[in-house]
Design a binder for this molecule. Structure first.
Ligand SMILES: Nc1ncnc2c1ncn2[C@@H]1O[C@H](COP(=O)(O)OP(=O)(O)OP(=O)(O)O)[C@@H](O)[C@H]1O
Length: 221
């Protein structure tokens, strides 16, 4: 049986100069679950992801893995993978070379090769793909990593409706063994794919129950 893991951000404060972005935020991500984070533009979702990943330091509060303080989560092998908002995989590589670079074993390579897009573009230079194709390949790459946690910043943006339909079941199936935290402006897809939905508003995180919850907090009309 797979061990249960929990990644938490607790009492997180973050500011850029005079601009307070996050105040006393608590967020939890656990293996076996998808946590969806919603929020309007500029509310601090990417900032929070960077703090959990360890590439930004909060002014206050802490990040914990299984109740133990963790300073730079990205430095811990196999702990957390992070897909930033904009495609970040190096353009001069092929997906095949990328898998080798990431140390994927034969089983992982076989898993990702089951996707039509991966098979079709296995040896294509990443720079020769469309933004949507790059984004989908990157999401598939991270979702099949051996990390306990996967953070996906806007995985559905740039994707066509069909690509979104392809990605959703992968998110769900990979959450059987991983903890997935995702944020996206396609709120219906976030609601559909998440076990827990949170809204970041005015620097704080609020638990949300479906569309009505989003309406009552003014995220949608
Ligand atoms: N380097 C920076 N210097 C100053 N302010 C910044 C910097 N980066 C981001 N901000 C501000 O911090 C706030 C949070 O930004 P962040 O990118 O985390 O928001 P977001 O919720 O991810 O937005 P979006 O949905 O548009 O991607 C915004 O108001 C933004 O203007």
């Amino acid at each position: 049986m797979t061990q249960h893991h929990v990644l938490e951000g607790d009492s997180i404060d973050f500011r850029y100069g005079d601009h307070s972005v996050l105040t006393g935020v608590y967020i939890k991500c656990e293996t076996g679950k998808v946590t969806g984070l919603l929020g309007r533009n500029g509310t601090g979702k990417s900032t929070l992801f960077n703090i959990l990943f360890g590439t930004a330091s909060p002014g206050g509060g802490s990040v914990r893995w299984n109740s133990k303080y963790v300073r730079s989560a990205f430095r811990k092998n196999g702990l957390v993978s992070y897909m930033p908002q904009f495609p970040s995989i190096p353009g001069h590589l092929s997906f095949k070379k990328l898998l080798k670079l990431f140390g994927y074993d034969d089983d992982q390579v076989e898993e990702v090769l089951s996707y039509h897009l991966v098979k079709k573009h296995f040896t294509t230079r990443i720079s020769n793909l469309s933004t949507g194709e790059r984004k989908l390949l990157e999401a598939l790459l991270l979702l099949h990593s051996r990390s306990h946690f996967v953070l996906l910043d806007e995985p559905f943006s740039f994707l066509s409706p069909l690509q979104v339909e392809q990605l959703l079941p992968v998110v769900r199936s990979q959450a059987r063994t991983k903890g997935i935290l995702l944020t996206d402006h396609r709120y219906q897809q976030v609601i559909d794919s998440s076990d827990t939905v949170l809204l970041l508003k005015n620097g704080s995180v609020h638990p949300i129950q479906g569309i009505d919850g989003l309406k009552s907090l003014g995220y949608i009309r």
